[in-house]
Design a protein around this ligand. Sequence first.
Ligand code: FMN
Length: 348
Amino acid sequence: MIEYAALAVLGRVDPEISHGLALRALHTPLAPLPGPVRSPHLDVDLAGLRLPNPVGLAAGLDKNASAVGPLMRAGFGFLEVGTATPRPQSGNPRPRLFRLRRDRAVINRLGFNNDGVEAIVGRLAARPNGIPVGINIGANRDSEDRAADYAHAMRAARKCVDFATINVSSPNTENLRDLQGEQALPALLEGAMAESGDLPVFLKIAPDLSDEQIGAIARTAMENGVAAIVATNTTVSRDGLTDRRSDEQGGLSGRPLFARSTRVLARLFHETGGEMPLVGVGGVASAADAYAKIKAGAIAVQLYTAMTYFGISLASRIARGVDEMLAHDGFASVAEARGIHAADWLRQ
Ligand SMILES: Cc1cc2nc3c(=O)[nH]c(=O)nc-3n(C[C@H](O)[C@H](O)[C@H](O)COP(=O)(O)O)c2cc1C
């Protein structure tokens, strides 16, 4: 009830102010923080990380790791904070965050506003024990050597996190997505891997890639020791939108991204022969959505946008729902259900 009332109020406030208030509210006793949802069906191994459940927080909601403690108790199986860049930066001018209520979507062009990797890592180092927490890393907008930025951020973060995600897929830093290309990606990964020590390194990719590009990225990731691929970031497509805000520039997330990002996921599953752990992100708003991502090839999922409409308690509701669906279908684990519908997505 309290969460429902809070959502009604926050829905009327400027989206960025509302976001800040919601993060602060997590530190109050009113926040719904049930602790990680656990069950034998939900226990997942993600690239060597033990997750109590496969429902994770996507990067961007807690860019500065300012609410990691409460978020660790919100029901998720793992968290990703950031994007963190080597130097702090303020991002693009406001307004830069838009709700597309009719489409259950969001457009953002925040542009990696963050406190810088050192400050963020300092907060992460002080977090309590609990679920795995990773950091998403990126390059500064005005960087002259973007590959070096990833290596720098990796070096700063590696001792304080459980995994690091290389983000080469944000549409809001000019030309950043070119780093996914066959020329740039191997060198970037090599430099970042050299600084990662034993840390599992994930790679987060865009949804707006051709099958050939997805195949090339999958091969490069496998050759360079990437531990998991996160699919996907926001899209620059505007297909199927009805909200009047649909022509705002930036990355689109939420319901309209679901099918597009799930097709990329299934393609990755196919290209990697099921060998690469995959995290499915994009438009997850229910247990059925999360289960569909698992059946398309994900061993874990992440979400962000749906929580702006349905609240933070959505994470635990989804985890419990996936638990029931696995049991109903006779699967002993997420791993058993993983990828069973991947081929269907490739035909779409
Ligand atoms: C407001 C906003 C900010 C985001 N910031 C980041 C970010 O800093 N780094 C990143 O890798 N992804 C970022 N994302 C993308 C999400 O992590 C996720 O990949 C995408 O939104 C699709 O998931 P969703 O439909 O559940 O939101 C952001 C998304 C939103 C809506």
